[in-house]
Write a protein that binds this ligand. Structure first.
Ligand code: MTE
Ligand code: MO
Length: 415
């Protein structure tokens, strides 16, 4: 490997160079990669799986806030849960709808110029569900978080217009994922040293954006990350994956933007050329006045966040001590310190963290608070991770409202 594309500086530089030469690359490969992709649409995916509903599992209003085809966890619903978020309250983000895929007939198909013999989409290397169950499994605790988590605060806290699902902070969950390392399957499929990118693609229906059909959800992943710590997961919290979370098999790409963790995985193109899809060109980059017209480099890592396990606009009774609880998490590793302010940011106090903190999970914390008087309060929490990265007061604006990592001002009323 010439470049470590999981190193963000390198990734950004390499991608910037590739962006400049992209037109040439597309022309040069049009006859091969694009032709193969179209062949794949006809053959590899002839049977479109039955579509269930936007989200199949129950979405009781005490656990979820729904936004179209998506549902976020209410933060009060995390209270009392452990490190791992139960599936009944794990957020779900569907571009279209949850497909029902039969594990008995499902096959994972790998093809492309980065594999030995360059198999095309019509003649892929195939793995059945049973094949995957037979390979050495690994288990990892990791959060999956939508890149737009916290997006609504660009508007409500910063007065900025952004487009996309107006999440509060509930588009995140931590689970114990079990499955086969992607590296194992890539190697068995005949991975060559020429491979630079893979393109995992879901079996959910085509995504239509403002009348334009963008095809199936798919986002390129650099081979270095694919080989590092990515899992082909078939279990979540000790049970087979639920339909909404990618049954029978999804990717889990630890620390990276949620879109990388492709659900209902159908096929993976493995290419000796850089790959592009709307999910790494049109979406999941930073756009706006501080960025070039084509956007920043494709987003990779998530950032640092904190949230209180309280209803939004919670009502608290006065004249008693409330143990405020919450969680903080970072894509860079463990959280080193959490501070809470109950006076809108004037003074800060250390919160007490407790419980184990897996490097890709979150830390739980608490802070006892006895409000002095009835009235409206803003509760703030901020964390610093083991790399020294913390949470700013203002999140840098971008038109699609990604990566809101600023301190959220949580309103409560004390009676
Ligand atoms: N095939 C497919 N994979 C997908 C998506 C999708 O719509 N289709 N959504 C992505 C996004 S944007 C996120 S944030 C995560 C959400 O995972 P979850 O629904 O299991 O919480 O899945 C990702 N994988
Ligand atoms: Mo997402």
């Amino acid at each position: 490997m010439d470049h470590d594309l999981t190193d963000e500086a390198t990734y950004e530089r390499v991608r910037a160079e590739q962006r400049i030469s992209r037109r040439g690359v597309l022309r040069a490969t049009a006859g091969v990669s694009l032709g193969a992709a179209f062949a794949g649409t006809r053959t590899a995916h002839a049977a479109t799986p039955h579509v269930g509903g936007p989200i199949i599992k129950p979405l009781p209003p005490e656990l979820f806030i729904t936004h179209g085809t998506n549902a976020e966890t209410r933060w009060e619903a995390f209270k009392g849960t452990g490190q791992h978020t139960p599936v009944d309250r794990f957020f779900a983000r569907n571009h279209v709808a949850t497909p029902l895929v039969d594990a008995r007939t499902w096959r994972l198909k790998l093809w492309g110029s980065g594999l030995r013999g360059s198999p095309d989409a019509g003649h892929p290397v195939e793995f059945s569900y049973e094949d995957l169950l037979g390979l050495r499994a690994e288990t990892v605790t990791a959060f999956i978080e939508c890149t737009g988590n916290g997006r609504s605060f660009y508007t409500s806290q910063q007065g900025q217009q952004v487009s996309g699902t107006p999440w509060k902070l509930g588009a995140v969950g931590v689970a114990r994922w079990r499955g086969v390392p992607l590296s194992t399957v890539l190697e068995r499929a005949g991975l060559t040293r020429r491979a630079v990118d893979i393109l995992p693609r879901g079996l959910d229906p085509d995504y239509v954006d403002k009348g334009e059909n963008l095809g199936r959800v798919r986002r390129p992943l650099p081979i270095a990350k694919a080989l590092k710590d990515v899992l082909l997961a078939y279990e979540m919290n000790g049970a087979p994956l639920a339909p909404d979370h990618g049954h029978p098999v999804r990717l889990v790409v630890p620390s990276w933007v949620g879109i990388a963790s492709i659900k209902w995985l159908g096929d993976i193109e493995v290419s000796d050329k850089p790959l592009f899809s709307p999910w790494n060109t049109r979406f999941y980059r930073l756009f706006g006045p501080d960025h070039p017209a084509e956007g920043s480099a494709p987003l990779t890592r998530m950032n640092v966040k904190s949230a209180f396990e309280l209803p939004w606009d919670a009502q608290l009774t006065g004249h008693r001590t409330h143990v405020l609880t919450g969680r903080s998490w970072s894509a860079n590793g463990r959280i080193r310190r959490v501070e809470v302010s109950v006076d809108a940011g004037a003074t800060w106090h250390r919160a007490r963290t407790h419980g184990p903190q897996p490097s890709r999970g979150w830390v739980r914390w608490e802070f006892p608070w006895r409000p002095k008087a009835p009235g409206r309060y803003e509760l703030l929490a901020r964390a610093v991770d083991e790399t020294g990265v913390g949470q700013p007061a203002i999140a840098p604006y971008n038109t699609l409202g990604y990566l809101f990592g600023a301190v959220v001002r949580h309103p409560v009323t004390v009676s």
